[in-house]
Design a protein around this ligand. Structure first.
Ligand code: GRF
Length: 222
């Protein structure tokens, strides 16, 4: 089996990176993490790559004259590692249009909301303040506009009455850790494809079930 070479860009904790590393440890997973790049020296995710024996690099944006120079270094590292798909996983630098264009159709991101709702930062606090009952996460192709771009996969979680931003973040994060590896798998297997600005999916079979929150107490099934 040829495995898709994935490059993961991080800035911090790297728990989504860990989920990808763990999935790639299974012999039948169709992708491998070829390189991890952090723009933040000492980011905890770098230690995760190290522990897994995965090549990793720090490209500190502060060491470069401008964004273009920083991104040229990142692209050079990714290409030298043979990266075919770039996964942003808690990468906190804005990317230039030129970088996004260079990797167009080959760069994806995970965002902790059901896009297009709640783009940007401080998502979970805003979700709670808005009083929505269901939140979740989205894996999408990256386009120049932030947190936009064709949606590949989404997972939904209920928002509990007593949630605060931390408890909701933890519930969404658990869903992220399942969703990101699944989305990468679908792309690697060619079961998800960009067609005319939307993602076409070969579904295993659409389920008719609905996630309702609140439930009626009896665990309503549609
Ligand atoms: C995740 O919530 C992800 O959705 C967002 O940044 C966070 C990164 O967490 N883009 P981690 O570094 O993967 O643990």
């Amino acid at each position: 089996m040829t495995r898709l070479n994935v490059g993961v860009l991080i800035s911090g904790r790297g728990s989504n990176l860990q989920a990808l590393i763990d999935s790639a440890a299974h012999f039948e997973y169709p992708a491998r993490v070829a390189l991890v790049v952090s723009n933040v020296p000492g980011a905890p995710g770098l230690a995760r790559a190290e522990a897994a024996g995965i090549a990793h690099r720090t490209v500190d944006h502060r060491a470069f004259a401008d964004r273009a120079a920083f991104e040229a270094e990142v692209t050079g590292a990714l290409e030298a590692a043979g990266v075919e798909l770039v996964c942003l996983a808690g990468f906190l630098r804005l990317l230039t249009d030129a970088f996004v264009a260079h990797w167009a159709g080959r760069i994806i991101n995970i965002h902790p909301s059901l896009l297009p709702a709640f783009k940007g930062l401080h998502v979970h606090q805003r979700v709670i303040e808005a009083g929505v009952r269901i939140s979740g996460c989205t894996v999408h192709f990256v386009v120049p506009e932030m947190d936009a771009g064709p949606i590949i996969a989404q997972a939904a979680v209920p928002v509990a009455m007593d949630d605060d931003a931390d408890s909701l973040a933890a519930r969404v994060l658990a869903a992220e850790h399942r969703l990101y590896p699944m989305a990468v798998r679908m792309l690697a297997e060619g079961r998800a494809r960009l067609v005319d600005g939307r993602v076409e999916i070969d579904e295993a079979g659409a389920s008719a079930s609905a996630l309702l929150n609140p439930t009626d107490g009896a665990g309503l099934l549609l």
